[in-house]
Design a protein around this ligand. Sequence first.
Ligand code: MGD
Ligand code: MGD
Ligand code: SF4
Ligand code: MO
Length: 734
Amino acid sequence: MLFGRSKRNPIKIADKAVVKWKTATCGYCSTGCSIEVGLNDAGKPVSSRGVGGADVNRGKLCLKGIFEHELFDSAGRGTEPLMRGAIHEAFQPAPWDAALDRVHDEIRRIQNQHGRDSFAIVSTGQMLTEEFYTLGKLTRGLIGTNNYDGNTTLCMASAVSGYKRSFGSDGPPGCYEDFEHTDCLIAWGSNLPEQHPIIYWRMKDAQEKRPFPLVVIDPRVTMLAQNADIHLAVTPGTDVVLMNALCHVIFDEGLEDARYIAANTNDIESLREEVAKWDPVRAARICGIDEDTIRVVARLFAKAGAAMQIWTMGINQSTHGSDGVVGINNLALITGNIGKPGGTSLSITGQCNAMGTREWSSCSGLPNYRLLENAQDREDIGKFWGVDPEFFPKKRGMFQTDIYRAIETGEIKGLWLIATNPMSSLPNTARIRKSMEKLEFCAVQDCYRDTESAQYAHAFLPAGTWAEKDGVMTNTERRVNVVKQLTKPPGEAKPDLWIFNQIARRFNKQNALNFPDTATEIFSEMGELSKGRLADISGMSHALLERVHGVQWPYSAEQLARGETPPTGGKRIYTEDGTFRYPDGKAKLIALAFVDNNEVPDEAFPFWLNTGRLIEHWHGRSKTGKLADNNKYSPIPFIEINPDAAHELGIKADDYVRLVSRRSDAIVMAKPTHRVPQNMIFLPFHFHDCANRLTLGLLDPYSRQPAYKQSAIRIELLVDQVEAAKASMEMRKF
Ligand SMILES: Nc1nc2c(c(=O)[nH]1)N[C@H]1C(S)=C(S)[C@@H](COP(=O)(O)OP(=O)(O)OC[C@H]3O[C@@H](n4cnc5c(=O)[nH]c(N)nc54)[C@H](O)[C@@H]3O)O[C@H]1N2
Ligand SMILES: Nc1nc2c(c(=O)[nH]1)N[C@H]1C(S)=C(S)[C@@H](COP(=O)(O)OP(=O)(O)OC[C@H]3O[C@@H](n4cnc5c(=O)[nH]c(N)nc54)[C@H](O)[C@@H]3O)O[C@H]1N2
Ligand code: SF4
Ligand SMILES: [Mo]
């Protein structure tokens, strides 16, 4: 008798009747996977698959990329401009010209009445680079407000600030290929298998071929921690103490790379002096990692031929986010692990184009890492754009988190939100709601009209998303990838570039500045501006990027002329002595004092509230909440809670509970799991009006990034489970 496979019906994959495959780059996370989207004979996108020949993903896609084509006609898309007089009134459809005139007129009215910085613009890491560049030109060159920032303040700001403090410039030095060369990997506050599944696969694949130890530092037993050789469940918010203790052991045991330090760094003495105070015995009491483990990890890291560190939000989203990044860079610098194969400090970025906005949006400065504080940079860009350099501010304006405080105080009266949803993503929602209600005018430009923030808009501008547009994105490893339009935005919705150009026309009455219509023209303008700079892209073109599935910057016109094939661009930066971006070419070692300023659990609020992500969802779920294939995995808000803690509180699996913080409350389902320690819960922040009702969000002093992962709460079991279920349903929205 035959059992098993031969007796079962073979799996049948529905024939989607694809007649043509077109390439794009995934628009969710910063991994930068190359996708092929299948179109049927009516030209409708019906299927997605990974591109085999693409170096990043080598044929693979994750749960989000594989269903990405479904979002083109998903529910809730914005299909026509909408306007209203006040936010309690109903929206009325409006012609584009009327909506665009209104945005222009309100910006100028508010600026004329209250000063040019009283209107703020908050952008994103989720548009295409040519769109960022155009918005930057419009804002810096014509509108002239200095209060212009991106949601990257919630995400990558600490990495940017830490890279600048250590190396003199932003720009991640390593690449994915480093996994293939490393002898030791430390991952700080990063859950790769869920948040960057294909980077994880690259890491795992490399590790299987050439084993190296993986050390994971995360208070949760994440999926990555389950795969670790050593897991350090650090006390939340104390990574800097652990970093100092690792440095302490390295110096104490003479494991540092003295040659590298002498040739490439300044200020070793002040670092030595600070870390001398952090012997593992003292550090253990604060960071919760025992002294022997600290010594083992320090030796493992320092003795490895090439050692690599990666990190994500467990470090950046903290009151010591910028210091945490500097601490990682300190460890890399004292062991000579920058710019060499397998030796790097690689920030894993967040949104698909978090890098593109850093390079080109002018949010914190001027294009291609130029600074408002630098007279030559202002001069150069002024000349190139045809703007009087005196029109530019001489230092950067407010960060997104400070813009909201300035709305509270009345300093800022108007706001244009582009591809970001602060009512869901900023900490302490009640406080954000008050600010949104106070605005004299708010424009929301989004591809979905049903976002929480659109409820506070006076004008809604419907935008295209992802492969409804043309342009490039830069991924975690500085690889510039191209997206080509596969389908048109729904209804009257328009690509963001079109919207910016239309608004620019209204400000650009004398035609002093040039705003090209197509992404390819803009890309060549950017190439001009990048010549000879750190992020040189002058050798790239859309056609080349499409053909080879992305090139890493720098890739200059000279490199192109030399004719390397296939062009790989700059795999690593800072590969030679003296190439850091401080004037003397050296990096800075920076002493890090530990300031214990978090809201910590106490008797009234005895649990740490840790917030983060799930593989199947994207942020506020404006996209994944509408796609059944994603949403089915976690349609309602829930917490991970330790089974012992649940037992003590009388909570059973799947009971609804009320979470209470000093700010507000939220109702969620309890899922007991040993992933979290007894004094912590983990709450995914994807659900409507939930996690950020509770968070405090203290800010990092350098990056102004909120500490989303350290707040204190208490948990109440709800007696009436039926009522509780209803209340929780309110939070699912989609
Ligand atoms: N599926 C999916 N993927 C995504 C996203 C998404 O929404 N969904 N978003 C993208 C974006 S924009 C970003 S920024 C990235 C985020 O990617 P990740 O940072 O990997 O994701 P998070 O879940 O926010 O947080 C990572 C880990 O930080 C840990 N952590 C909390 N506190 C501390 C601490 O004090 N120290 C340390 N060392 N660790 C701590 C948490 O326990 C958590 O496991 O993901 C990107 N990829
Ligand atoms: N509690 C807690 N809060 C957090 C975090 C956390 O870990 N915990 N993480 C923080 C981080 S790292 C991030 S990055 C932020 C993300 O915060 P948000 O930026 O607010 O998150 P999204 O939901 O991705 O919002 C993007 C919006 O842009 C729209 N959009 C997408 N593509 C396009 C496009 O091409 N054009 C236009 N015009 N619109 C588009 C989407 O529909 C969506 O409404 O959340 C932060 N908030
Ligand atoms: S890993 Fe990131 S870029 Fe790749 S398919 Fe998944 S969401 Fe898209
Ligand atoms: Mo992010």
